[in-house]
Ligand binder design. Structure first.
Ligand SMILES: [Zn+2]
Length: 69
């Protein structure tokens, strides 16, 4: 019974990972300053991963994630 329960937990975990991966591909990054979706990843050596808006030049760690329509 214990083995069976563990197997269920793994299935649940798999499902959640899959769900999360799907959510990420279905979402689009939106600039918090100008609402543009023309946003790319911006790698800073000391600051880590940030985002850069090509429309207004915004660079920061904060970004809006919106579902694709
Ligand atoms: Zn912007």
């Amino acid at each position: 019974m214990i083995v069976h329960k563990d197997a269920e937990d793994f299935n649940e975990l798999d499902r959640k990972i899959e769900e999360e991966a799907r959510k990420r591909t279905d979402s689009v990054l939106v600039c918090p300053q100008c609402n543009s979706t023309n946003v790319t990843y911006y790698m800073g050596l000391k600051t880590g991963v940030q985002y850069q808006c090509k429309e207004c030049g915004y660079v920061g760690a904060f970004i809006i994630e919106r579902d694709k329509e």
